[in-house]
Design a binder for this molecule. Structure first.
Ligand code: PMP
Length: 394
């Protein structure tokens, strides 16, 4: 209509204060430069294994171009049920308790929206994946970060959660192995958190996306502990363990009532996950061979980067899972953002400032080892040179 003006205030109030992802900001900068070694991207450097790509191609050749059931292909839900039972020891019903989603991203969003009343407090440990506080805000909940610290290897304990509980506390989000710290929980502490969840009637959202990439310690989901299946939403997907980020496929396993509520949002907003990605995921679950081989490669890189960071003067706890090292860089009088920007500027190495993962990430740097060992070695030579100069000036 001629003469009509764009509304003066087109964006909803609650969105105004949600910051842009600090990772995205940083990578807009990186993409404008040449010859950068990137330890920045939280994405496998492997191409999806061939048999999985082929299954998707073959499905396309067969003319698999339709919608699927809202919950996802039944044969895939059955395969997911089998996998989760085998790998985690928890059994979910394929008809009523499993929902196939567009990545863990959608599953997380659905879970929070399905359980959160306006003003409910959703707790999560920090530093954390950049989406957590945003997703809570989108659901009109209140994000409550619980700082974790390098002094205890970024573990979370019952005692650390208790001071943050109020009558409004509704749910606790857990992510181990953790992005960005690489922390993995031990059974005793996880049991303590489970007991607290029962006592305080908390729902647990367990983001298990890095579970296949566990190098030290027990591979354990809180959903497997006694009494926890009933109050846990188990979130998992194919992006990391199977190098399938571009397929955008994940799933949520939850008690039937909550699963049905998540389904309601999913059916009206997403309808279903893409069929070709579902066919690929079905093939993915037929073998663990490539996942195990990728895991071994990450572990070798982990061993190298952990030792090398400590040697060059960036103290780093041992990352026990995922593909991130999270060294402390606060000894040189620079904020983590200044450190990352100068490292990029002076040595062409890109890492993400820890502050992108919440206030308690300040003083740290996230170094992803999802790139070749040769590149990691060269990046560490450059970082050593950079730190050497900082030390000389100190
Ligand atoms: N949770 C965590 C902890 C992540 O690191 C990521 C991706 N970086 C996601 C969820 C989202 O993964 P997906 O590709 O399955 O949406």
């Amino acid at each position: 209509m001629s003469g009509s003006k764009f509304p003066r205030n087109p964006v909803a109030d609650y969105l105004r204060d949600v910051p842009r992802s600090g990772i995205r900001d940083f990578f807009d900068l990186v993409s404008s430069r040449k010859d950068v070694i990137s330890l920045g991207i939280g994405e496998p450097d492997f191409v999806t294994p061939w048999r999985i790509r082929e299954a998707s191609q073959y499905a396309l050749d067969r003319g698999a171009t339709s919608y699927t059931s809202n919950r996802g292909l039944l044969k895939l839900r059955q395969a997911i049920s089998g996998y989760v039972a085998r790998a985690f020891g928890v059994t979910y019903d394929a008809d009523t308790e499993i929902l196939v989603t567009v990545g863990v991203s959608e599953a997380l969003d659905l879970a929070v929206r399905a359980l959160c009343n306006p003003g409910d407090e959703i707790l999560y440990h920090e530093p954390c994946y950049v989406s957590y506080p945003a997703v809570v805000t989108f659901a009109h909940g209140v994000p409550v970060p619980i700082p974790t610290r390098r002094e205890n290897d970024f573990q979370l304990t019952r005692a650390m959660i208790e001071p943050y509980l109020t009558p409004k506390s509704r749910a606790l989000m857990l992510n181990f192995p953790n992005n960005p710290t690489g922390a993995v929980m031990n059974r005793r502490d996880l049991e303590g958190i489970a007991a607290l969840a029962v006592e305080r009637d908390l729902i647990i959202l367990a983001d298990e996306i890095y579970s296949e990439l566990t190098y030290d310690g027990e591979r354990l989901s809180i959903a497997a502990l006694a009494g926890m299946k009933e109050r846990t939403v188990f979130l998992h997907g194919f992006s990391k363990g199977w190098a399938m980020t571009g397929f955008r496929l994940g799933y949520a396993c939850a008690p039937a009532e909550l699963s049905e509520a998540m389904m309601k949002i999913h059916q009206y907003t997403m309808l279903c996950a893409p069929i070709l990605s579902q066919e690929a995921a079905l093939e993915a679950l037929k073998s663990d061979a490539e996942t195990e081989s990728m895991r071994d490669t990450y572990e070798k890189r982990r061993n190298f980067i952990h030792t090398a960071l400590n040697e060059i003067g960036l103290p780093c706890h041992r990352p026990c899972g995922a593909f991130y090292a999270f060294p402390y860089v606060g000894d040189y009088g620079l904020s983590s953002k200044e450190f990352a920007l100068r490292l990029l500027d002076e040595e062409n190495v890109a890492c993400v400032p820890g502050s992108a993962f919440g206030a308690s990430g300040e003083g740290f740097l996230r170094c992803a080892y999802a790139t070749s060992l040769d590149d990691i070695k060269e990046a560490l030579v450059r970082m050593g040179r950079f730190v050497g100069r900082l030390k000389a000036r100190a």
